[in-house]
Design a protein around this ligand. Structure first.
Ligand code: ADP
Ligand code: MG
Ligand code: ZN
Length: 474
């Protein structure tokens, strides 16, 4: 009788070549403090200049989520002290973000969708990194000044599962748009989770707890499950007011618990004020229009796949959940595999076999090869069961589909006369059973099929065996 209320703040790193207010490179994994200059080091007198590419990417995101794009927005200083923030403030947007009032749709297994509102998306600079190494703490400022788009959702999400669906959809959208590599391990897509609970039916918002800096779907799910449960238990035990208060918590991966980190700052504590070194961001209609030319997005692709290929809506949502998978699927179809079998062989058989860091992107079996395998099932060269062995082999050792079929001796026998000979033999060896069958014991049919399959060592095409047996037994 409780429900969770969740709102997410996602930081994505925009994939511009240079930082948001200077011309330092944004490349990842460089030697510490290599990509720095007076601007991103916060040296006195250095002045920021806004990167136009970052603005364009924010605008195309605004189009993708059907949002208002403000023609005039401003930057603010968000003041706080931390060693990885050399200026003592972060340049961010506060009152007027560049993008406001958008939406995205999450997909459920039954093919239905739910709308999640997006409050705003604003541009800001990233901080550097503190590295704690034994007794020493070091600061690497390569990341300081990297452009971020912070995307804030409405508290429309109602469970840990919905939160993950939202994040996956958002991840897909920014990858389709190619505005971020959204690499979670490298921190290009990270998330702060806000969560409260309430009795079902109540539409008030209760006290929320924030869980900071999560960069794995699985951890986000586990953190939310733990935290929702903690709050419900506190309510049921009558200690809600003592145990649930506005604070920031961290997820401990080892114990799967969330733990108190610090009290939550109120926005007033940041002493936001307009950034005096930057003019307001003025976006022309022309800039808005030229950024409107965005690639086909997951929802549109999904709809098209359903219409064009007749596949189920949910299957289409799985396939379009990543741009690589969608491309792979489309290539299979253009190679001549049927849509229905392509769905199964891509999402179940191939996906299920990709382990140890293998993904669709670096899959040892490419779309052309998988399509060929599917076609060999469809033209009755091999059975579906044999195809699984072929796929195992292709993943381990590679090779050509036809050669592997040959090598493993999996070619299916579809030649009518060869199968007919086996059927005749089975029937004459089992004359008594044939009599029983003819006098009404029809379930013996399966026995005959089994015997023929056995005689062919599993290579006979079962459809052909069935057909011939039926002819002979009537
Ligand atoms: P702040 O700027 O202090 O982080 P915001 O008002 O911008 O706070 O909200 C941050 C996030 O918290 C948003 O995603 C919002 O949807 C979510 N949120 C706000 N109130 C609640 C609540 N009571 N329960 C769950 N999430 C909430
Ligand atoms: Mg916030
Ligand atoms: Zn710089």
């Amino acid at each position: 009788m409780f429900e969770a209320v969740i709102g997410l703040e996602v930081h994505i790193q925009l994939n511009t070549k240079t930082k948001i207010f200077c011309v330092c490179a944004t490349s990842f994994g460089e030697e510490p403090n290599k990509n720095v200059c007076p601007v991103c080091l916060g040296l006195p007198g250095a002045l920021p200049v806004l990167n136009r590419e970052a603005v364009k990417k924010a605008i195309s995101f605004g189009h993708a989520i059907n949002a208002t794009i403000h023609k005039r927005s401003i930057f603010n200083r968000k003041n706080y002290f931390y060693p990885d923030l050399p200026k003592g403030y972060q340049i961010s947007q506060f009152e007027v973000p560049i993008v406001e009032n958008g939406e995205l749709f999450i997909d459920f297994e039954d093919g239905t969708q739910k709308r999640i509102g997006i409050t705003r998306a604003h541009l800001e600079e990233d901080a550097g990194k503190n590295i704690h190494d034994g007794d020493e703490s070091k600061v690497d400022l390569n990341r300081a000044g990297t452009p971020l788009l912070e995307i804030v959702s409405e508290p429309d999400i109602r469970s840990a599962e919905e939160a993950v669906l939202y994040l996956k959809k958002l991840h897909a959208i920014v990858r389709y748009l190619d505005i971020s590599d959204a690499n979670m391990q490298e921190g290009s897509f990270r998330c702060d989770v806000n969560v409260s609970i309430r009795p079902k039916g109540d539409d008030k918002l209760y006290t929320r707890v924030e869980i900071k800096n999560m960069n794995s779907f699985r951890f986000i799910q586990r953190a939310l499950e733990y935290e929702i449960n903690r709050q419900i238990e506190a309510w049921e035990d009558g200690v809600y007011d003592e145990e649930v208060y506005q604070e920031t918590r961290l997820f401990d991966v080892n114990s799967s618990e969330t733990k108190s980190m610090r009290g939550k700052e109120d926005s007033a504590e940041y002493r936001y004020f307009p950034e005096p070194d930057l003019k307001p961001v003025i976006i022309t209609q022309e800039m808005i229009d030229s950024a409107a030319d965005i690639p086909e997005l997951p929802d549109q692709k999904q709809e098209r796949f359903v219409k064009e290929f007749g596949i189920k809506k949910y299957d289409a949502s799985v396939i379009t959940s990543s741009v690589e998978m969608a491309r792979y699927f489309e290539e299979m179809i253009s190679e001549g595999a049927s849509p229905k079998n392509s769905v199964t062989w891509l999402t179940v058989e191939l996906q299920g076999r990709l382990k140890n860091g293998l993904t669709i992107e670096n899959s040892p079996v490419d779309a052309k090869t998988l399509a060929k395998l599917v076609k060999r099932i469809e033209d009755n060269t091999i059975s579906g069961k044999a195809a699984k062995d072929v796929l195992d082999h292709l993943i381990e050792k590679g090779g050509d589909v036809d050669e592997v079929i040959e090598k493993l001796g999996l070619k299916q026998l579809s030649d009518d006369s060869a199968i007919e000979a086996m059927v005749d033999e089975v029937l004459s060896n089992n004359a008594d059973k044939v009599e029983e069958y003819k006098s009404g014991k029809e379930k013996l049919f399966g026995f005959f099929v089994g015997q023929v399959m056995k005689a062919s060592k599993g290579s006979a095409n079962p459809a052909v065996v069935n057909k011939i047996l039926k002819e002979k037994l009537t």
